[in-house]
Design a protein around this ligand. Structure first.
Ligand code: BGC
Length: 272
């Protein structure tokens, strides 16, 4: 975890799906930058509260609240933003992070599992971005805290570009995020809203625990990573807090891959 800094002081960040994993690391990293944090969870209330406790003990500037919300439901997303504005006055940064995998070979994939993944990973990110843009425009510029009207960060994946057999719902959702993010950039850049994605590679979280928790799984993952290291959530937290800060002001409409080089197709090192 990085040392306390002040790059987000006076700002408020909503981080969806932040009761554990990558979202938790992003929430903590942004709190260490002095931001107020909205910790959003879907089902793990206790874990979300632990993240809030950690923030109140470790961050000298930022406060945290915990809000339950299924990001695929418009009324719940609206309510999360309403609670945030009531508590902290506005929203400056929205990290649309909540996501899930429900894996099946395509010919066996139930429609409901296709739909649920698209609903959370893609529609949920649309709903959060929409409410964030509405709030940024309502509030107007605050030059004392940021050079941008607001910042949206979509949590994507290397699978926005790498096809992945057995995961068509997941790859389709992440591929969709590319165009969502770039279109938001084009549409709202003139308002000084910055919209970018972070694409993590193999990061040790619950989503892929069945793989990295065995030696065989770890070896398989490492074959896909030129840097020969499996990532940890803090690798994403530090990039996200920088991407939300004015230090990255001119970055807009792009995906930052945080993957140890996974997108450089190491399978081709000695083949092809
Ligand atoms: C997936 C993980 C996977 C990683 C690299 C992520 O988007 O959620 O399960 O390990 O991509 O393939």
């Amino acid at each position: 975890m990085q040392k306390p800094n002040k790059r987000l002081e006076g700002q408020t960040c909503i981080v969806t799906g932040s009761s554990d994993g990558i979202g938790e690391a992003v929430a903590k990293a942004m709190a260490m930058e002095g931001a107020n944090i909205v910790i959003n969870y879907h089902s793990s209330k206790e874990e979300a509260e632990e993240v809030a406790d950690w923030i109140s003990k470790n961050s000298d500037a930022g406060n945290a609240i915990v809000v339950k919300c299924d990001v695929s439901k418009e009324d719940e997303v609206k309510n999360m933003f309403k609670k945030t504005v009531t508590e902290f006055g506005t929203v400056d940064v929205c990290v649309a992070n909540a996501g899930l995998q429900l894996d099946h070979p395509l010919h066996e994939m139930p429609l409901k599992d296709w739909q649920r993944v698209i609903d959370v990973n893609l529609t949920g990110q649309f709903l959060c971005a929409k409410e964030a843009i509405i709030e940024f425009k309502r509030r107007g510029m605050r030059p004392e805290v940021s050079k941008s009207l607001g910042k949206i960060i979509h949590m994507s994946s290397v699978h926005e570009v790498i096809p992945w057999a057995g995961h068509a719902n997941y790859t389709a959702s992440k591929g969709g995020l590319v165009m969502l993010m770039q279109t938001i950039c084009q549409e709202y850049g003139p308002d000084r809203i910055r919209c970018n994605s972070i694409a993590p590679g193999a990061i040790k979280t619950d989503i892929n625990k069945d793989v990295w928790s065995t030696q065989e799984g770890r070896d398989g993952m490492l074959k896909l990573i030129p840097y020969k290291q499996i990532g940890v959530p803090d690798d994403i937290g530090s990039v996200a807090s920088w991407l939300a800060s004015d230090e990255s002001e001119y970055i807009n409409g792009t995906t930052i891959f945080v993957d140890g080089g996974m997108t450089c197709y190491p399978g081709f090192t000695a083949n092809g």
